[in-house]
Structure formats: C-alpha cells, structure tokens
Design a binder for this molecule. Sequence first.
Ligand code: SAM
Length: 241
Amino acid sequence: MADACFAHPRLAALYDPLHHGRRDLDAYPDMTEEFAARRVLDIGCGTGVFALLPAGRGIEAVGVGPARASLDAARAKPGGERVRWIHGDATCLPPLRAGLATMTGNVAQAIAGPHAWRETLRGARQALRPGGRLVFETRDPARRGWEEWTREQSYLVTEVPGAGTVEYRVELIAVDGPPVTFRQSYAFAADGQVLTSDSTLRLRERAEAERDLLAHGYAVEEVRDAPARPGRGLVFVARRP
Ligand SMILES: C[S@@+](CC[C@H](N)C(=O)[O-])C[C@H]1O[C@@H](n2cnc3c(N)ncnc32)[C@H](O)[C@@H]1O
C-alpha cells in the first residue's frame, strides 16, 4: 500500500509544490538519447514529473505507480494524455520491451521490503528489451542523509496555490540499521485539518545494490555520481544482457 503522502488526494496535490526545483531529475532526460530508448518506463512515477519529459519529446512513455491519487495528478497535467499510466508496480506490467526503465527520486529506497525489491528488479528486467537499461538512484547510507532531511526540511510554512497555507513538518521516527522511518505532517490553515504520513526508506550501499542487480540477471554497466547530490548519491546504470 502506498504511503499517505502519495495516496491521499490532498497530500498528493502537495507533492510537486513541496518538491520543486528537482535538480535530481537532470540526470535522466539525456539518457533516453544515450541509450537510444524509443520506449521509457518510469517505475514509481508518482505525479509524473519525469515520465512527462520524454513523452513531451515524442518518446513513448509508460508510468507505473501504486498511488492512485498521484497518478490522477499526473494524468491531469498538460501532456498527461501522451503517457500511458498504469496503476500498480513493476510486477503487473504488460510486455513493453522498453529501452530505458527508471526509478527517480526516492523510489528505489521507498521499495524497502526485500520481497518487493526483488520483485521490482525481476519485473523491471522483464519489461526491458535485451540491451535496455534500468537506472535508479540511491543515497549512500554511510552519509546519514536522514539527519539532513530532518534538520534542513524539518519545518516549513508555505503558501500552496489551491491549498492555502500549509504547515509542514518532518520528524525522524526510527533508524533500524538500513531502514529509516520518518513522519511527515501537514496542517492546513484553511480548515484546520492535520494529516500525517509515515514512510520507511531503505538506503542501499553500492555493494548491496550491485549484488542485487547481478542476482537478478543485470550487468552493472556503470555507477555514476548523483548530479544533484555529489558524493552523497549513486546512480546505477544496469543493462539487461
Ligand atoms: C519519492 S516518490 C518519487 C516519485 C517520482 N518518481 C518522482 O521522482 O517524483 C516515491 C514513489 O515511489 C512509489 N512507490 C512506493 N512503493 C512502490 C513500489 N513497490 N513500486 C513502485 N513504486 C512504488 C510511491 O508511490 C511514490 O510515488
């Protein structure tokens, strides 16, 4: 089940305003050309911020995500009709033969459970054509990024078009080895409603991600530095042989 921050309509509508200026996505658009992908699959597409980019350049794009409210927001955006949106995860995809599959933002980390992670790697591989690439980002757990999130973004009062004034808080709940659990809360000044959303992320070290990719039949082609988080994040480029 998707976290409330993606699945609740009122919170899904806040995702883009609270995460604007997405420099982390800079790494992905050029990859469609780099890997000569004529079809792109965005796994965990959320509100469609990435899937809409290749679609706007005439490349066939498919976005899959488990949170219906986020998919509805994606579909309603300009150009949303150019993307094929699928409600679900990588285990429920039709045959696609995609040249590029992506998991942008925190998706690879949001798939925290070992079974769901294995099934995602398996499903993504099946959805790729031979020679197609799976690309995703993880943060290096050794850098203890959760301390940054909860310090830098721990409290914010912002005016959101259509929602009014929103008081937003992030607090760390638990660090259980690799899985990190945190709570986001949102207070709407317009009617006093307060909503909370708990999320668990699994930050994977380079060796762990490489081992999992190899175990699922990928060749690890390259591990790049994350452009928006130099030295703190890794972008994995894995190829279906
Ligand atoms: C931080 S958001 C990133 C959304 C989007 N990729 C972006 O860059 O804005 C994480 C997304 O992962 C999705 N997600 C969580 N579990 C998933 C799973 N098992 N399979 C696919 N997507 C999943 C959530 O619904 C959410 O939209």
